[in-house]
Write a protein of this length. Structure first.
Lengths: 223, 100
């Protein structure tokens, strides 16, 4: 789940090297962390706890929310009106100062999530965003040419469907409720959740039933 | 409870000012006219919070919809394609009637 770049490095491909730039940022973050600890703003324990919190979040939680909404209209209504409360019903703790809003894909509207100012993402539910979500390429192009960007990810949105892009510029984090794919009437909630990938939860993909066992093409990598 | 000055459906213009600091109003919507989609609640002001301030008083936050074709020259998509941005009330002013 840690992203394409790391996998490449671990598998020993020669073309990918850690850049001096990345090392500089890592060193800067460590220096800031050391200063904050020294000044008593936070402790090493706080940092460790925060890392554990983030690593305990996963797109699987988002997939469970979606699958439940597909099988239970009452839960779907709650998810759309009060996402935090719906999450809590499934034991997913999304409490915190930011709000959550779930936007529903329909035959009329397809939703896509971006944060042009930084990398705001529904982390309390889904965990860390993919690397491409934080890239300048995605952040600038998702707002100005969303259809082209989705096409590059293999998602063609019909001309008859409105594309709604949500720039999470402030205190609200957005989550997409995708449409339940046709042909899934006979499968149970757990199997439904398996159809919902991370990218489906931010609108960069849609759940596909027939594609479950097929390999997924790699997304383009923007530098 | 902070009261919301704007109603859903109301047309608003984003203030076209350059303001240094931690501002959550993207440049690409400054000076643009959009429509209030919904009121999102009141939140501590990030322009103060970012510098150790209290963030108080809280600022009303709105989801504002913009027509993509209004924002980008030569936008390649449908005229109904919409971009929603979350904006604090102090960045918004009523749009003039003739501004469509």
């Amino acid at each position: 789940m840690s992203g394409t770049h790391h996998d490449l490095e671990e598998h020993g491909h020669n073309g990918v090297k850690p850049s001096a730039e990345a090392w500089r940022y890592a060193a800067r973050i460590r220096a800031i962390e050391a200063l904050l600890v020294e000044k008593g703003v936070l402790t090493k324990e706080d940092v460790r706890r925060q890392i554990e919190y983030m690593e305990s979040r996963s797109p699987a939680s988002g997939a469970r929310l979606v699958a439940r909404a597909w099988v239970d209209p009452g839960f779907k209504a709650l998810l759309l009106s009060d996402t935090k409360a719906a999450a809590l019903e499934l034991g997913i703790d999304a409490s915190g100062p930011v709000e959550f809003v779930t936007v529903e894909n329909t035959p009329e509207v397809h939703n896509l999530i971006v944060c042009t100012l930084c990398s705001c993402y529904p982390r309390a539910i889904l965990g860390r965003p993919p690397d491409w979500y934080k890239s300048f390429g995605y952040r600038s192009r998702a707002v100005s040419e969303p259809r082209a960007v989705m096409r590059e990810f293999g998602l063609e949105i019909s001309k008859d469907t409105k594309v709604a892009v949500h720039d999470s510029s402030a205190d609200v984090r957005y989550l997409v409720l995708p449409m339940r794919p046709p042909g899934t009437e006979g499968i149970d909630e757990e199997q439904l959740a398996d159809l919902v990938t991370r990218d489906c939860l931010i609108g960069m993909s849609v759940p596909r039933f027939e594609d479950v066992r097929a390999s997924v093409p790699s997304p383009p990598i923007w530098s | 409870m902070t009261t919301a000055k704007f109603e859903p459906g109301e047309r608003v213009r984003v203030r076209a000012v350059r303001q240094p600091g931690h501002v959550r109003t993207p440049n690409y919507v400054r000076g643009q006219t959009g429509r209030i989609e919904r009121f999102l609640g009141a939140f501590k002001n990030p322009e103060s919070l970012a510098y150790g301030g209290s963030g108080l008083p809280e600022k009303p936050l709105y989801k504002v919809g913009f027509r993509q074709t209004d924002l980008w020259d030569g936008y390649a998509g449908r005229t109904q394609d919409t971009l929603y941005v979350d904006l604090y009330e102090h960045w918004l002013e009523p749009a003039r009637k003739e501004a469509r």
